[in-house]
Design a protein around this ligand. Structure first.
Ligand SMILES: [Zn+2]
Length: 211
């Protein structure tokens, strides 16, 4: 790689990543005409889709450029690794064999992660609560079942089951607003029924079929 390559590497890395942000490799694949975000090469042996977990920006990078991103981050003084899902352990090992410390396999949804999330329930979104339930329900150990019940408490308290019972067209995507709207409509319905009932009672009281 020439000097020109290393000169343009830094602004590209900085445009994608800032300190405190995580880089997650969400996919590895072969055969595609996508060009490498770093060097623009289209004859890529292995594509790595890198996601910035904070900005949600994704880039497609070939293997040697992933390693060069790591080297650039190091030269800037950052000990940032590229995080991989468990299913890509082989790919992570492959990168680390080429340049030690480039990749790290992380267990998302680890017990610590879930614990951390549940310790601040006010920051938990519907999707996160749902994800915790979906994950912990698969296990029978006591730690995870405790976490499952903690998440279930939040689920019941916030009445997320109402949201999940709505038809797709009734959902706006804002879970809290949709649940509120459901209750408002329920209340309107109850009030209307009450009014109709009162009307009927009055009608029966004063209506004399014989007269
Ligand atoms: Zn490249």
């Amino acid at each position: 790689m020439g000097n020109e390559y290393w000169r343009m590497l830094e602004p590209k890395v900085k445009a994608f990543w800032k300190p405190g942000e995580d880089i997650i490799c969400t996919r590895v694949f072969r055969r595609s005409n996508n060009e490498c975000y770093i060097c623009g090469n289209t004859h890529i042996e292995r594509h790595h889709v890198l996601l910035n977990s904070i900005s949600n920006k994704t880039i497609d990078v070939e293997l040697c450029c992933v390693i060069n991103i790591k080297k650039k981050l190091e030269s800037l003084g950052y000990n940032q690794k590229i995080l991989f899902f468990e299913k890509y352990t082989e790919e992570a090992d492959h990168l680390n064999n080429q340049y030690k410390g480039t990749a790290q396999v992380v267990m998302f949804h680890s017990i610590e992660d879930i614990n951390k999330l549940l310790s601040k329930p006010e920051h938990l979104s519907y999707k996160q609560v749902r994800a915790i339930l979906d994950h912990t329900v698969k296990f029978e150990d006591s730690v995870r079942s405790e976490l499952f019940h903690a998440a279930l408490d939040i689920y019941l308290e916030r009445k997320y089951y109402i949201y999940e019972g709505l038809e797709e067209h009734e959902k706006t995507g804002n879970v809290e607003v949709d649940i509120e709207k459901y209750f408002r409509e329920e209340w309107e319905r109850v009030k209307t029924e009450e009014a109709l009932y009162q009307e009927k009672v009055l009608h029966n009281l004063y209506y004399d079929p014989e007269g």
